[in-house]
Design a protein around this ligand. Structure first.
Ligand code: ZN
Length: 240
């Protein structure tokens, strides 16, 4: 099976459509949360994600904020403004869809969580110390997480953990135990502004990161049109 793994779409429909076009035919889609927040297209992104084949979709911290499940005052000021706007525009059906999302899933040899298997909504896995304790928090061979918006891999081999930021066309062979992050569709933060996604092939046993350019300016114009924070438009040009 060729599985499209996406995360952190952040209400950026233009980036999402470019990723879907670039990925082509896939057998299943696993979405690791944060469909909304920051961007101008929350309803459109939720509806598009629901149309994808064999979908497994998780709840992220920004989705929880849009539902009023967490206190948005834990966010920085600009993220608060965008969460309030998202709460106001989210339609009933899409609110329902988000409120039914789970925090974690296990499919075959993979555990899926937005942040980490130990703390699915909040924890960032960005260093080997945090990765080490999280390898103890899941039982499958691999774990897929989002949240940091950076395509990463952690490889646990007997007692040592190796950590790498992945680049385009990474072609990683899955072995031992691994934690992967596909990067972010709608707001990359590794100084590469292109949308990021991964293809997990569970027959070839490979993980590949792909990057795809999209019309950033059109998204920035919509962010401006809805009076969302200018910083959220600017950062898309630079990937931070
Ligand atoms: Zn996010």
């Amino acid at each position: 099976m060729r599985i499209l793994v996406i995360s952190d779409i952040h209400a950026n429909l233009t980036a999402l459509e470019s990723v879907l076009e670039s990925a082509g035919n896939v057998d299943a889609v696993w979405c690791l949360g944060d469909l909304v927040g920051y961007g101008p297209d929350p309803n459109e992104c939720i509806e598009r994600v629901q149309s994808l084949p064999n979908l497994t979709c998780l709840l992220g911290n920004h989705d929880a904020a849009a539902l009023g499940m967490i206190d948005i005052y834990t966010f920085n000021h600009d993220a608060q403004l965008s969460a309030q706007w998202t709460q106001a525009v989210l339609n009933h059906a899409n609110h329902d869809f988000l409120s039914n999302l789970k925090e974690q899933a296990v499919i075959g040899n993979a555990t899926l969580a937005h942040g980490s298997p130990r703390n699915p909504i909040w924890e960032y896995i960005m260093d080997t110390y945090t990765a080490a304790s999280n390898f103890e928090a899941f039982n499958t061979q691999i774990c897929l997480v989002g949240h940091s918006h950076v395509p990463l891999q952690f490889h646990l081999n007997s007692d040592s953990i190796h950590f790498e930021v992945l680049t385009d066309l990474s072609n990683v062979k899955i072995r031992d135990r691994m934690i992967f992050n596909p990067g972010s569709v709608g707001q990359p933060r590794d100084h590469d502004p292109r949308a990021s996604y991964a293809i997990l092939d569970n027959e070839l046993n490979t993980w590949n990161i792909y990057r795809v350019s999209y019309d950033i300016e059109s998204v920035q114009k919509r962010i401006q049109k809805f009076n969302l924070p200018a910083r959220h438009a600017l950062r898309l040009s630079y990937g931070w």
